[in-house]
Design a protein around this ligand. Sequence first.
Ligand SMILES: Cc1cc2nc3c(=O)[nH]c(=O)nc-3n(C[C@H](O)[C@H](O)[C@H](O)COP(=O)(O)O)c2cc1C
Ligand code: SF4
Length: 408
Amino acid sequence: MEKESVLFTPGKIGPLTLRNRTIRAAAFESMCPGNAPSDMLYDYHKSVAAGGIGMTTLAYAAVTQSGLSFERQLWMRPDIIPGVKRITDAIHKEGAAASIQLGHCGNMSHKNICGCTPISASSGFNIYSPTLVRGMKPSEIVAMAKAFGQAVHLAREAGMDAVEIHAGHGYLISQFLSPYTNHRKDEYGGSLQNRMRFMKMCMDEVMKAAGQDMAVLVKMNMRDGFKGGMELDETLEVARTLQDECGAQALILSGGFVSRAPMYVMRGSMPIHALTHYMPFGWLPIGVKMAGRFMIPSVPFKEAYFLEDALKFRAALKMPLVYVGGLISREKIDEVLNDGFEFVSMARALLNDPSFVNKMKEDEHARCDCGHSNYCIARMYSIEMACHKHIQNLPKSIVKEIEKLEYK
Ligand SMILES: Cc1cc2nc3c(=O)[nH]c(=O)nc-3n(C[C@H](O)[C@H](O)[C@H](O)COP(=O)(O)O)c2cc1C
Ligand code: SF4
């Protein structure tokens, strides 16, 4: 007999109950000029909440100025909190819960954005920014962990129900975890226990600040996505540590490394023409046109592309798990939930159609129209994130590129 779908039943993460099992994934909106919330950000999250989501997530808020990789990115500081609160109030009015992803970009920045030489676990050169990188001093590591805690206090003031700590995708916590970016010789480098130390310190501060009333999720990598990065043996240990020692209340299982395997996160190809089209005039678009294909190699897309790895985490862990990656149909979502994942998270399906969740309620065979051309990602690097299906009068050359990449 077919199992009854749990999709539209409530689900719990720590102290928080969501009205259903769907979460809008943290997907950088690029809607925060001056590093502050805007009407655009308000409208987008309100529309996703009105579209039936259980919880929507404001993406990629930096815990310090040094953690900014984009000009149009949220930076958690007291003067933006009333603006963020306006958004959480609107989300709540639509019946959804609100979360915010807190992170630090580490080496994925530039001095003119983050106000200093980008920092990381170790010094070096990041060709993807491109920039020189400075390894953090032990005193800076302690202060950074505290900054994560302070950002959680601000999130509470802004009315957030949950915080999502970004420990994946090759950003700062992930740069400490991965042997690819962590070459330290002190107690923060070497063994996995040492490489996890910074993450554990951040989680200590986060859990203290979250107290009994806020939910804490962590987004982490199952694999970094290239030879020499983290693989399942180590990441399963990271997950167990987050569950047993850190007290995280749910894990979001992802993968990929922005400075080495960027398309492993989202799969498909990067539309290089669209990417360079929106960049300001200068040497960067020329460099990206020349080297983009080589630096951002394609990785084949398939529906629920992380499921095979994620099932290994399901078998090893007791805590609530959130599946993310390539969900575009109600049928696959039901399958993932039947496999034992408590929640499903989507980014592109909800850029494509903010009311996809409500559509799934009406139609058991609902399927969104996202063709994973990744135009939205290319665009987000320079201007506000949007799906090409909602934009009129796109340049013909971009339309041609999208047609070439869609559904491949
Ligand atoms: C436009 C865009 C921006 C993204 N920005 C972030 C981000 O800020 N933080 C993050 O953890 N993941 C980010 N992601 C990755 C998504 O959260 C998600 O893990 C990935 O897209 C796979 O889910 P999907 O197939 O439902 O899109 C982004 C994805 C997209 C499409
Ligand atoms: S731009 Fe393409 S990949 Fe992005 S949401 Fe729209 S259809 Fe999907």
